[in-house]
Design a protein around this ligand. Structure first.
Ligand code: NDP
Length: 454
C-alpha cells in the first residue's frame, strides 16, 4: 500500500488519478496537488460521488455507490470495485510547483512514497529538486523544456547543445540526466517519461530486445491518431506543448548521429490496424534520444506522427502570423505570449472526450537479427476514443498517457522498478510493465510480419 502525490490536474492527470483509484490495492492514498485547487476538488468530488474513491477527510462519503462506477474494462479484477474499505483516500492541495520550498514543505507534510509529475515539462526540474529535498521518488511523462525560451542563460546552453548534438528541439534529456548523481547518492529513483510516447514505446523496445532479437538494427515509432473531434482545429493535449513540438524541425538518429530536416518534409503513408491508411510525418521525439544512448547498436531510429491536411494548413497559417511564438509581445500595454493566448482560444483538450470518435494506433516496428536470421516485428496498441470516454470521461490521447503514468508510478512504489538514479522506461525489466498494460486498459499486439516503412 502506498501513498502517492500527483502534481497537475489536467487531461492526463485526470486519467492517471482515476487509474490510481481503480488500483487502490497499490495506491491506498493519493494527494492531488495543482495550481488551481478547484479542479482538484471537482475531480475528487466526482470520484467520491461515483464511489471510486473516498474523501480523506470523510472516508464514509460516497460509500453506498462503491460498486456503481468502477469504469475499468476488467472490472471483476479491480479490488476497489468490490470493497468499500479498499477505496483510495483522496486529499487535495493548492501548489505552485515552480516554488521548490513550498513544494518541499507540502511533500514533507504529506510524506508520499513518490511524486507523479503530470503538470507541464516546465516544472520537471523544480519538482525533481523538491523530491530530492524531501527524500521521495520522482516520476514524469515528458522531458524538461523551459517556459521562457528567450531566457539568456538557458539559450546559451541550448545553442551550444544544438551545435554539438545537431538537433534543435527545445526539449532534451540533458537537464534531467544531470540529476543522475544526486538521485543516486540520495538512494532515490527518478523515472522519466512514462506516458505512451515516450514511455510505452521505449518499453516495447526493451521487450523486443529481451524476447525477439539478438540485435535490433532499426526502430520506427509510429503514432497514429485516427480520431475526429469535429472542430476545425484543436490539439489533443496541452496546446502550447503540442504545437511547440510539431512545428519544430524533424530529426532522426542514423549511424551514431542526428539528421535534422525542415518541419514536415518527410511524409509516408501507412495502413494502420484499426484505423486505415493515414499520412504520417517525421518528427523529432524525445525517446529517440534515450534509445540512441541506451541501445547504441541500433543504426536508425525514427518517429512518425499522423496529421491531416487541414491540421497542417491551420498550423502553418498560425505559425506564419506569429501565433506559435513563445516570445512575449506588448499588446495595449499588456505583455502577452502569442502561443499562450492561442491556448486560451483553442478548445480545452480535456473537453474533447465526448466529441471524439475513432481510434489511435501507437507502436514500434523493429528490424534486426535473431539466431543469425533477419527478422522484423511490430508491437502496437489500438485504443478507441469513445471506449476511453465511457470509462474515464477522456479521449484516447489523455488515456494512453494517463494509464502508463499510473503504471510507471506503480512500478516505482512497489519496488519492481526501483534503483537509485535517473532512468527512462527502456532501462528496466519490461515484463511487469507489459503485463500491467494488458491489465489496465492498453493491451498490445505483436505482429511478426509487419509492412515496413520505407
Ligand atoms: P494540461 O494542460 O491539461 O494540464 C496541466 C496541469 O498542470 C494543469 O492542471 C495545470 O494547472 C497544472 N500546472 C501547470 N503549471 C503548474 C504549476 N506551476 N504548479 C502546479 N500545477 C501546474 O496538460 P496535459 O494533461 O495535456 O499534459 C500533462 C503532461 O503530460 C505534460 O507534461 C505533457 O507534455 C505530458 N504528455 C505526455 C505524453 C506522452 O505520451 N508521454 C502525451 C501527452 C502529454 P491549471 O489547471 O492551473 O492550468
Amino acid at each position: 500500500m502506498s501513498r502517492l502525490m500527483i502534481i497537475g490536474c489536467g487531461g492526463v492527470a485526470s486519467v492517471a488519478i482515476q487509474k490510481c483509484c481503480q488500483n487502490s490495492e497499490v495506491f491506498d492514498e493519493i494527494m492531488i496537488a495543482s495550481r488551481t485547487v478547484a479542479k482538484c476538488d471537482a475531480l475528487k468530488e466526482k470520484l467520491v460521488q461515483n464511489g471510486l474513491a473516498a474523501d480523506a477527510g470523510n472516508p464514509e462519503a460516497g460509500q453506498n455507490d462503491a460498486k456503481a462506477n468502477t469504469g475499468n474494462r476488467a472490472e471483476q479484477e479491480i479490488p476497489g470495485a468490490v470493497s468499500c474499505a479498499a477505496r483510495t483516500r483522496i486529499t487535495t492541495a493548492q501548489i505552485d510547483a515552480d516554488d521548490v520550498d513550498a513544494l518541499t514543505g507540502l511533500i514533507r507534510s504529506y510524506q508520499p512514497a513518490a511524486v507523479l509529475n503530470v503538470a507541464l515539462p516546465y516544472q520537471d526540474l523544480t519538482i525533481m529538486d523538491a523530491c530530492l529535498a524531501a527524500g521521495v521518488h520522482y516520476i514524469d511523462t515528458a522531458n524538461y523544456e523551459p517556459e521562457d525560451t528567450d531566457d539568456p542563460a538557458w539559450r546559451a546552453i541550448y545553442e551550444e547543445r544544438c551545435k554539438r548534438l545537431g538537433f534543435s528541439a527545445y526539449f532534451d534529456y540533458s537537464w534531467q540526466w544531470a540529476y543522475q548523481e544526486c538521485f543516486e547518492k540520495a538512494g532515490l529513483t527518478a523515472l522519466l517519461g512514462t506516458g505512451f510516447d515516450p514511455g510505452v514505446t521505449s518499453v516495447y523496445a526493451a521487450y523486443a530486445k529481451k524476447h525477439y532479437f539478438d540485435e535490433i538494427h532499426t526502430i520506427d515509432i509510429l503514432d497514429c491518431n485516427g480520431g475526429d473531434h469535429g472542430y476545425p482545429f484543436a490539439t489533443n493535449f496541452n496546446p502550447e506543448i503540442n504545437l511547440r513540438e510539431v512545428s519544430a524541425p524533424g530529426s532522426y538518429w542514423e549511424d551514431g548521429k542526428w539528421v535534422e530536416i525542415p518541419p514536415m518534409t518527410i511524409r509516408r503513408e501507412y495502413d494502420f490496424a484499426g484505423v486505415g491508411k493515414k499520412d504520417m510525418y517525421l518528427l523529432h521525439h524525445e525517446e529517440i534520444e534515450a534509445l540512441a544512448k541506451n541501445m547504441p547498436e541500433v543504426q536508425r531510429i525514427r518517429f512518425f506522427m499522423t496529421f491531416g491536411q487541414s491540421y497542417l494548413t491551420h498550423m502553418k497559417c498560425l505559425e506564419n502570423v506569429g501565433m506559435l511564438s513563445t516570445t512575449p509581445i506588448n499588446y495595449n500595454g499588456q505583455e502577452i505570449v502569442p502561443i499562450q493566448f492561442l491556448k486560451a482560444l483553442l478548445p480545452d483538450p480535456a473537453s474533447l472526450g465526448p466529441r471524439t470518435v475513432g481510434k489511435t494506433n501507437i507502436g514500434c516496428i523493429f528490424t534486426g537479427i535473431k539466431d543469425g536470421k533477419e527478422r522484423s516485428l511490430y508491437i502496437y496498441n489500438v485504443c478507441d476514443h469513445q471506449e476511453c470516454y465511457r470509462e474515464v470521461g477522456s479521449q484516447a490521447i489523455s488515456y494512453t498517457t494517463g494509464v502508463p503514468a499510473m503504471i510507471g508510478a506503480m512500478m516505482v512504489v512497489t519496488g519492481q522498478w526501483q534503483q537509485p538514479g535517473v532512468f527512462t522506461t527502456d532501462e528496466f525489466d519490461p515484463d511487469p510493465y507489459m503485463e500491467a498494460l494488458n491489465r489496465w486498459g492498453l493491451p498490445w499486439v505483436v505482429d511478426e510480419h509487419p509492412v515496413l516503412v520505407e
